[in-house]
Design a protein around this ligand. Structure first.
Ligand code: DO4
Ligand code: MG
Length: 280
């Protein structure tokens, strides 16, 4: 099932999507729906069908959920670890270490406050000159780390700030408009194999595509359940949280994001997530 959120009478509500059509689930946000399904032990898809209006309407998806917490794994693709090690030459293999060790890199990416949905503005910090998109598969979590579904995420990051010193990572990762999610959630029953998804990314400036890149989740060096398992160690994240699984697409410094750029990321089985960049 494809689930997400739409705006009805200026209120954001959960919805079931079928093509361009949406069946609203009145009085429930996506996080309300996830929490109720967990509390009642009713599958999310059954609850959604039970509560949805029978009528369908054309509607654009907004952010698919206002996540309780967003966490992210890093250096899960060889390309990301190698790029970051090359950047910090004096600390040889700093990133290769976490790429190969059993414990993954996991960092806090923020809350709903810093998240945006399709068509909204992603941020470039005013003190960054090398901000990059990080197109990632995102996992939606229920209670006890149960994987409910998948969506797309852009882990927008100020790489120059991260590069200056690893202790600056939170400043490079968490700020207004640093995380885009959407366009919708595809439940696990519809995406049984998350390890064979093509991910693509384009950055458009005016009428020119200044960057395009692709990867596949087959290059992901870790299992998703292993990442979730580490996240939950002594850290029971609430239902309706999101875990980003890392980037395998790395832009060049010449194509650092500038205000007005359009970043589009895509996984055919999930959809396309496009955002415009702005200074924040
Ligand atoms: O430590 C750096 C962050 C890595 C990251 O976000 C990624 O690989 O996706
Ligand atoms: Mg990332």
């Amino acid at each position: 099932m494809r689930l997400g959120q739409i705006r009805v009478n200026n209120q954001v509500v959960a919805a079931i999507f079928e093509g361009e059509w949406a069946q609203p689930i009145p009085n429930y946000t996506m996080v309300d729906l996830i929490r109720q399904s967990e509390a009642k032990s009713v599958p999310l898809t059954d609850l959604a069908i039970q509560l949805a209006k029978s009528s369908k309407e054309p509607a654009d998806p907004v952010i698919p959920l206002q996540p309780s917490e967003v966490w992210a794994c890093g250096c899960t693709y060889e390309k990301s670890a190698a790029f970051r090690d090359a950047d910090v030459g004096t600390r040889e293999s700093f990133y290769a270490y976490v790429y190969k060790e059993p414990r993954p890199e996991i960092f806090f990416k923020g809350t709903a406050r810093v998240c945006v949905g399709p068509g909204e503005v992603i941020g470039i910090r005013s003190d960054s000159h090398f901000t990059a998109p990080e197109p990632e598969l995102a996992v939606i979590l229920g209670n006890e780390g149960r994987i409910i579904g998948y969506t797309l995420a852009n882990d927008v990051s100020a790489w120059d700030i991260e590069r200056e010193n690893p202790l600056y990572l939170p400043q490079s990762k968490i700020y207004t408009g640093c995380c885009s999610l959407g366009p919708m959630i595809v439940t696990t029953d519809q995406l049984p194999d998350p390890y064979s998804l093509e991910i693509s990314c384009t950055v458009t400036r005016g009428d020119k595509t200044i960057f395009s890149g692709t990867t596949s989740t087959s290059r992901l060096a870790r299992r998703i359940d292993e990442m979730v398992n580490f996240l939950l160690r002594s850290n029971p994240v609430p239902a309706g949280s999101v875990l980003l699984t890392g980037t395998g697409i790395i832009i060049t410094e010449e194509t650092a994001l500038m205000p007005g750029d359009i970043v589009s990321i895509r996984i055919p089985e999930i959809g396309e997530l496009s955002n415009v960049t702005s200074l924040v």
